[in-house]
Design a protein around this ligand. Structure first.
Ligand code: HEM
Length: 351
């Protein structure tokens, strides 16, 4: 280091008590070669989209009014009057959808490569919590628009919550702030959507990344990489540049989606008229269809069971592999589960 740079570094370290060398080491751990393949590095995508959500969400909050009288008209004003309001709303809407897709894809990669196995079981559970928070973001955000379909989706959603054994009625009344969707519900959804959920998500992502940094990622070896002299490559600038390119590509895709399919306003909420077809967001289609084809109890208990089974999968998989260490039964069950989700989703979409 020349003396000028050294002086600068002294100036900084005297005033800001941060160990720059330690920070450099912490943010620059070597990355295993298999992460050169984009599907292994899909974890960065939801993180990027979450940041987009935070920025666009803050801008939308400047104009949104969370009361039953003004919610719909404030969203209409954002869409039709505020300069670039339609664009910001469109990016927020599309990025929310892409985030669900990205989280499902990342989770599928982790599942089908068995990367949830010892010692990463806890990080898998944190991941499932991230998925649940992501869809709760979607549910509360959709309800904030206060249009006819989103109002009735919220009504059905909270009625379903009411059916959960033991804690259901208490949970539904807490979410709604009364017996039906109204001013209290909107305030609660708003607080959840802009305060509680972002904080919880931020903490979950921080813990997730902390686990990844301390445990490292699962090592995978590919035949064509066997020849490579080094087993790792630098995070900075190589991996960061890959992530930046993925980020730019996502920004391009998002912009295209918003321009081609801009956000629209549908009929305003009318609590006195039940629509013929109630539609939640697409990622709840499977759950909605499952409820329609089963009795209420089987519909709800079945879904709670599915979430618990997904969380416990690292241990269920361990039981399968105890008998046969090379058993691929988890992959087989994963494919069946994914196809089941897909079929229910398409079935509901066609109604
Ligand atoms: C906001 C959402 C999420 C973010 C930002 C995120 C971020 C990341 C990142 C950056 C990695 C490093 C490797 C990679 O890029 O794939 C990773 C690995 C991992 N993630 Fe996530 N993730 C998220 C959601 C999830 C979900 C939903 C699950 C599972 C239910 C999950 C489970 C895991 C596990 C077990 C690993 C370790 C994989 C290995 O060892 O190869 N993550 N995550």
């Amino acid at each position: 280091m020349d003396s000028k740079a050294e002086n600068k570094s002294n100036w900084f370290s005297e005033r800001v008590p941060i160990d720059l060398e330690g920070l450099k080491h912490m943010t620059n751990e070597p990355v295993p070669n298999h992460l050169k393949r984009w599907w292994f590095a899909l974890g960065g995508t939801p993180a990027y989209l979450f940041t987009v959500q935070l920025v666009t969400g803050i801008l939308l909050t400047f104009y949104y009014v969370p009361t039953p009288e003004a919610a719909y008209s404030s969203v209409a004003a954002i869409t039709n009057e505020v300069r670039f309001g339609w664009f910001i709303r469109g990016i927020h809407m599309w990025s929310a959808n892409l985030m669900v897709v990205a989280v499902i894809l990342h989770m599928s990669r982790v599942f089908f490569t068995g990367a949830y196995r010892k010692p990463r079981e806890m990080n898998w559970i944190i991941g499932v919590c991230i998925l649940l928070v992501t869809v709760t973001f979607g549910f509360t955000g959709y309800s904030l628009i206060y249009e006819q379909l989103s109002y009735w989706a919220a009504t059905v959603g909270t009625n379903i919550a009411e059916g959960v054994p033991l804690i259901g009625p208490m949970m539904a009344s807490f979410i709604r702030g009364g017996d039906e969707i109204g001013a209290n519900t909107l305030t609660r959804f708003f607080v959840l959507h802009i305060g509680v959920l972002p904080t919880v998500m931020f903490i979950l992502i921080a813990v997730h990344v902390f686990f990844i940094r301390t445990q490292g990622v699962t090592e995978f070896k590919f035949e064509e990489q066997a020849e490579e002299k080094e087993e790792t490559f630098p995070f900075f600038p190589n991996h960061l540049l890959t992530e930046l390119i993925i980020g730019l590509l996502l920004m391009y895709i998002l912009t295209m989606l918003v321009v081609i399919f801009p956000p629209e306003m549908h009929e305003a909420a009318n609590p006195l008229v039940t629509p013929e077809h109630i539609k939640p967001e697409w990622y709840f289609y499977a759950s909605f269809r499952w409820l329609k084809i089963n009795s209420f109890t089987v519909g709800i208990v079945g879904q709670i069971f599915a979430v618990v089974a997904i969380m416990a999968w690292p241990w269920i998989d361990k039981i399968f592999r105890r008998k046969n260490p090379n058993s691929e039964i988890s992959i087989f069950i994963g494919i069946i589960g994914f196809l089941f989700f897909l079929v229910l989703t398409i079935w509901e979409a066609m109604v």
